[in-house]
Design a protein around this ligand. Structure first.
Ligand SMILES: [Zn+2]
Length: 501
């Protein structure tokens, strides 16, 4: 394609096809609704697991995690008990924006997860989720060129959510995104660019709390506040589109979708009950136990008295809780579970984080304190794959849609560093927490997690209204081709024909 073309990518984190269609139909997102009529659009398949960190790295590299080496927001540092946050240094290989820069193109990246420290020399990189601070912006002169950066934030005030102030929390996210938009609008005008990337994270944050309610079209005041976030973002998209030159190709996309699950399966507790994993009691100062609402009565009472009581009790170590207190909670419809944590040095297999959506075998080849020999690890994996595929919960439903062997799922020389077993979720989400005796539970409270299918809408000169079904790994070669740079042969993604022609 024409090498003079510019590309604008606007990301809406976690925006699902269902929510997009619902909000455009209800008139909450009129700009997006209009784009659906004139552009090519469809579903964009996320990485496996469909988690923000690895998904955006698959976007940036056009490769599967077996090649780029990012499987989670964290990475075991020679031990499954030492997890450190990943940075752009952990990305194996070259990103497409580096290739663009080598071809003389100017790139601007605003809030691209795992883009710090900057891998661009000439371009502009504004802080994202894994940056050390909101001031981690590159290069230094960007602060004077974009004064709006003074107010720029990466994350909302989550203490509002913890204190139950959900409406204020959503409003805080709206303010954060308003600043992000002003930063982007200023950068579009003041900075020279050929490729421009901007991600709105607020959609993901709000959906983790309200996804089911947003889909239901609830008239709750918190939901109404959240809907305003979507109409804000819709108007920001409209303004950005009016600012870019006519020959720009624009791609609107998300990194994964969302789903309200029927319940939660506690993977590490399943391993503990079968003796693959040992747990230890948490330190007293950390939340020592959790209350599970077991009946409708408990949910009804949650906002008031019970919530207050639960909060007080959360701070009370379990052994100090009186039998009277236990009985009282039981009558209110709650069950108490002590929360334990994985004793890594005594465990043969474990799920290190909820986001991992998979298991690592604690082998002594990869991990210094591993307790499983290489030979044992192979048979242990087979044994686990077989029994996990058989797990039925709820009314006899399989706990997972699929249980995959990591070495078959991932291709590339980093595949061995990822999880040995990866879950594809069906009707149940997974959590790493251990509440002895609780293998799974149904909702409430809601179990909202990421899902595989995100969205893509592409429009601009030469793109007609067609349907797309593509993978997040296809974006890198697509952008390269639009901008006249030949994609390297080792990419897993392919340029999307409905976009590049
Ligand atoms: Zn995400």
């Amino acid at each position: 394609m024409n090498s003079k073309r510019k590309v604008l990518v606007i990301g809406l984190d976690g925006f699902s096809p269902e929510l997009m269609l619902s909000l455009t139909k209800r008139g909450v997102m009129r700009t997006v609704g209009g784009l659906l009529k004139k552009g090519a659009w469809g579903t964009l398949l996320s990485s496996c697991p469909p988690i923000t960190g690895p998904a955006w790295v698959s976007f940036a590299t056009g490769k599967n995690p077996g090649k780029h080496g990012v499987f989670d927001f964290v990475k075991p540092e020679k031990s499954l008990s030492r997890l450190r946050i990943v940075s752009s240094r952990d990305i194996v290989g070259t990103t497409f924006y580096e290739l663009l820069e080598r071809a003389g193109k100017k790139c601007v990246l605003i809030n691209l997860p795992i883009s710090h420290p900057p891998r661009l020399k000439e371009g502009v990189v504004i802080a994202s989720l894994t940056s050390p601070s909101p001031e981690s912006n590159y290069p230094r002169w960007i602060r004077s060129r974009v004064p709006e950066l003074k107010e720029y934030r990466i994350a909302p005030n989550s203490s509002l959510l913890l204190r139950g102030k959900r409406k204020e929390y959503v409003r805080d996210i709206r303010e954060l995104e308003a600043v992000r938009f002003r930063v982007a609008a200023r950068a579009l005008k003041e900075v020279e660019w050929d490729f421009f990337f901007l991600l709105f994270s607020g959609t993901d944050l709000v959906q983790h709390v309200l996804y089911d309610k947003l889909l239901e079209g609830s008239q709750d005041e918190v939901v109404r506040e959240a809907l305003s976030l979507y109409s804000d973002i819709d108007s920001y998209i409209n303004e950005l589109l009016r600012m870019v030159p006519k020959e720009t190709i624009t791609i609107l996309m998300s990194d994964h979708g969302f789903k309200a699950f029927k319940g939660i399966f506690y993977v590490n507790e399943w391993l503990r009950q079968r003796d693959y994993l040992k747990a230890k009691v948490r330190e007293e100062e950390e939340a020592p136990f959790t209350l599970f609402p077991e009946s409708k009565k408990a949910t009804r009472s949650l906002p008031g008295f019970a919530a207050k009581l639960a909060f007080t009790l959360m701070k009370t170590p379990l052994r100090r809780l009186s039998p009277v207190g236990m009985r009282l909670l039981g009558r209110l419809g709650f069950r108490i579970s002590a929360s334990m944590e994985v004793d890594v040095r005594r465990s043969r297999a474990l799920m290190p984080t909820t986001e991992a959506m998979g298991l690592y075998i604690n082998d002594d080849e990869r991990f210094e304190d591993g307790i499983v020999s290489a030979e044992e690890a192979r048979s242990l994996k087979e044994e686990l794959l077989e029994s996990l595929r058989e797990v039925k919960i709820g009314g006899g439903e399989p706990a997972f849609k699929e249980v995959l062997d990591g070495l078959k799922l991932y291709r590339g020389r980093m595949a061995r560093m990822g999880p040995d077993i990866v879950f594809r979720l069906g009707n149940y989400g997974v959590r790493k927490s251990i509440y002895p005796g609780t293998l799974w539970r149904g909702t409430p409270p809601s179990a909202i997690e990421h899902e595989e299918e995100g969205i893509i809408i592409a429009f601009g000169e030469g793109i007609s209204a067609k349907r797309i079904r593509a993978s997040i790994m296809d974006i890198a070669p697509t952008v390269l081709e639009i901008m006249g740079v030949t994609p390297p042969p080792d990419l897993d993604g392919r340029a999307i024909p409905q976009i590049v022609g």
